[in-house]
Write a protein that binds this ligand. Structure first.
Ligand code: ZN
Length: 498
């Protein structure tokens, strides 16, 4: 009889309990011999957590099982195989299917339903214990935070953090930059973009030396309460040394709010598609600009990003698309969806490639199912005719076909449920019809803000590819794709346009 032993110790086992691999190996070896093994293959994983399934020793064992080199596997306990119940079940099933017996040293294993239940519970408990350890660790961290220590890495510009002691101190050089950022923003009115530009112009390095200052980084610094001496960790304020006084910090917040209001007011008034429109050629979102281009000053959308530290500065030469004709195309599309709500539903379902993939997989599954059923019937026919005896091999074959059928049916069910979810969007059609009727009657009286809200409700994205042919009118040379979205009804089942 060919036996295999599998041994594993995690780094934690070794450190905490002094478990050694040699001890496990000897015990398993003795058991294998007592079971009548004529040769023993050994598989080991040292210092690897049982939460991971991909372990070199375990992989080699599974390979040996697949190649029918093993009759019995000896392991100290199920936890050696895996710390996860799902993985334990997977492995036992795999071994059982290959006709390999599992033998545990510290665990009475019986190949009975009771034994299996016991085994599952044992696995569930291991899972539970692990979860408890995790929970304790998290609790410990929060506890530490409450006591004023910094529980996890505090990597904030302007500070140094000692990973050993958790102590935070001010890095004078960076702190001076932080002070400047606040001063420039509040007193010199540079704006977030202007601050980033000045930092880059002055050659001041960021934490990641090779990155330039991006306006988002400047914004993050201006809004981080750590600089006024209170770092927030999971809802707890942890005191850290302040770099600016609380008044300065609050002033910066006010100014940021003000800037947001101004910006929102400006852009929302004049550009119907801001935030919705994307350039297919460079991938940037396109923003509204009132700019002179080819001699004409007009509203346009551009994918060009001129601000500091931007990753993708957009198409070159800059792509400038006339706003009015694009907005007309999109608006006409929205109106036609309102007139024919079913077309919107079709458009959304078609836009979802997922549905198509699911349908194809479903087709494949149904084909496989038919094949499996045919195979089963063929075996049963032969058995019924008495030409074949119901030997172990045939039994296994039938069992395998049955399991395969069950797996396929399971997947079929999942796919059908997923498809129903996607196509269930059509169910929202009724609400959408009501909305469409209401809106259609006052379509011509809608304010700009209402139009914009309506576009946002029905359009997921507008994609622009190509560029305007210079000197030509309208959208010559440009392709506009309008992607639909089904409006989500609110809790009361109605659709709000906002
Ligand atoms: Zn572009």
């Amino acid at each position: 009889m060919q036996a295999a032993i599998y041994v594993r110790v995690s780094t934690e086992d070794q450190a905490r309990h002094g478990y050694s691999l040699a001890e496990q190996r000897d015990a398993c070896y003795r058991r294998a011999v007592s079971l009548g093994a004529t040769s023993v293959l050994e598989f080991a994983d040292e210092g690897i957590s049982g939460a991971i399934l991909d372990r070199p020793g375990l992989n080699a064992l599974r390979e040996a099982v697949r190649e029918r080199q093993v009759d019995v596997i000896v392991v100290r306990d199920p936890d050696r195989l895996s710390r996860k119940l799902a993985h334990q079940l997977l492995l036992t099933e795999e071994f059982e299917k290959a006709g390999v017996r599992l033998d545990f040293l510290d665990f009475t294993w019986q190949d009975t339903p009771e034994g299996k239940l016991f085994y599952s519970i044992r696995g569930a408990i291991a899972e539970f214990e692990k979860e408890k350890i995790r929970e304790r660790t998290i609790r410990g961290k929060t506890q530490k935070a409450k006591q004023g220590g910094i529980p996890i890495g505090f990597y904030v510009y302007g500070y140094s953090y000692d990973t050993e002691t958790g102590k935070v101190s001010i890095l004078e050089e960076e702190a001076a930059v932080v002070k400047n950022i606040f001063r420039w923003f509040i007193e010199e009115d540079l704006g977030v973009n202007g601050v980033a530009k000045r930092l880059n112009d002055q050659g001041i390095p960021t934490r990641k030396k090779k990155n330039p200052w991006h306006r988002m980084v400047v914004r993050q610094i201006l809004t981080n309460p750590a600089y006024k001496g209170a770092w927030r960790y999971k809802g707890i304020d942890i005191p850290v040394p302040a770099i600016v006084d609380p008044q300065t910090w609050s002033k910066a917040q006010e100014k940021l709010k003000e800037a947001r209001r101004l910006w929102a007011g400006k852009s929302q008034q004049s550009y119907l598609l801001s935030g919705l429109i994307t350039c297919a050629d460079c991938g940037n979102t396109m923003t509204g600009v009132y700019a002179k281009w080819w001699g004409v000053k007009e509203r346009r959308y551009t994918c060009r990003k001129g601000f500091q530290g931007v990753r993708n500065s957009g198409c070159r030469p800059a792509k400038m698309i006339l706003a009015a004709p694009v907005e007309r195309v999109v608006w006409e599309q929205v109106c036609s969806w309102l007139q024919d709500p079913d077309s919107l539903v079709t458009a959304t379902i078609e836009a979802s490639p997922q549905a198509e993939e699911l349908r194809e997989e479903l087709k494949r599954i149904e084909k496989h199912l038919k094949e499996v059923e045919k195979g089963r019937e063929a075996v049963l026919d032969v058995l019924a005719s008495g030409l074949l005896e119901l030997d172990t091999q045939t039994k296994n074959k039938l069992g395998e076909l049955k399991r395969r059928k069950e797996r396929l049916e399971q997947r079929q069910k999942e796919l059908m449920a997923a498809l129903e979810r996607i196509e269930g969007k059509a169910g929202k059609l009724e609400e959408f019809r009501l909305l469409a009727q209401e809106v259609l009657s006052k379509l011509d009286d809608l304010s700009f803000a209402e139009k914009k809200a309506l576009v946002r409700t029905l359009v997921a994205q507008v994609v622009i590819s190509g560029r305007l042919s210079p000197g030509k009118h309208g959208l010559a040379g440009v392709n506009v794709t309008v992607l639909a979205r089904i409006p989500e009804p609110g809790k009361d089942g109605s659709i709000a346009v906002n």
